[in-house]
Ligand binder design. Structure first.
Ligand code: PEP
Length: 259
């Protein structure tokens, strides 16, 4: 198996004002420091709302925190008359490392389709950000056992036209929609089934070396108690964590799954 550094990313969604964000991040940092967390061994990132990113940047820089941060969405446009949008260059200027693209809540509530997710993923890469591109099937597809086919189509479309060296940088997050915010966790075997299929697809369509280095996360109601079993799967290279990332002890516990 390749040396893929696991990534634990906390998606705060639309929660926490900037004071709350600073408190949570400070506590998280202290908790991980207490445990002498080795950030080179397990990478940790938080994905706050746009309005918190400047505060997060100040804290991370000021305290020389090793954790990374990013945004939950990015505009497909560079600049101009796009009211309400935030560009990749703006995020990059704020020191963001990561940005989510194609989160199921964006797909569901904002009508984002694969073509837009593809364009956002490309735009993020162009600005030097690492996209965490989310894919995953809904309950109906899962019931019909169509998850692999569905997810592979999303992966193909999401990565379409990207250069090999760019695909290598992308993080893919498999997030079964029926497991997001529902308390319903996929089994480790469910995660492995789809994650290994994604890796095999990239091996086939891009290259074995890219497939070997690309990180594929699992997301969907991950908790401290379930992280170890999921991370034990050979093709799971980290977790995208929603609800539990707002609780310091839970999220720190997920980051410390090796303990
Ligand atoms: C998410 O938002 O990406 C997510 C996985 O949420 P939760 O952990 O709350 O299911």
């Amino acid at each position: 198996e390749a040396a893929r550094t696991p990534l634990m990313a906390g998606n705060w969604k639309m929660n926490l004002n900037h004071v709350e964000a600073v408190h949570l991040l400070q506590k998280l940092s202290w908790t991980l420091q207490d445990k002498k967390h080795d950030f080179a061994r397990v990478e940790v990132a938080v994905l706050p709302p746009f309005t918190d990113i400047r505060s997060v940047q100040t804290l991370v820089d000021g305290d020389r925190m090793k954790l990374k941060y990013g945004a939950q969405d990015v505009s497909v446009k560079d600049a101009g008359a796009y009211t309400g949008e935030i560009s990749a260059a703006m995020l990059s200027k704020l020191g963001c490392t990561y940005v989510l693209t194609g989160h199921s809540e964006r797909r569901q509530y904002h009508g984002e389709d694969d073509a837009l997710v593809n364009a956002k993923t490309a735009k993020a890469l162009e600005a030097g950000l690492i996209p965490i591109m989310c894919v995953g099937e809904g309950l109906e597809i899962r019931k019909a056992n169509g998850q692999v086919e569905h997810v592979l189509a999303q992966v193909d479309a999401g990565l379409a036209g990207l250069k090999q060296d760019d695909v290598r940088k992308v993080v893919i997050a498999y997030e079964p929609v029926w497991a997001i915010g529902t308390g319903e966790v996929a089994t480790p075997e469910d995660a492995q089934e789809v994650n290994s299929a994604i890796r095999a697809r990239i091996e086939e369509t891009i290259s074995p070396s890219v497939a070997d280095s690309v990180r594929i996360l699992y997301g969907g109601s991950v908790k401290m108690a379930s992280a170890g079993g999921i991370m034990a799967q050979p093709d799971v290279d980290g977790c995208l964590v929603g609800g539990a990332s707002l609780q310091v002890d839970e999220f720190a516990g997920i980051c410390r799954y090796l303990d």
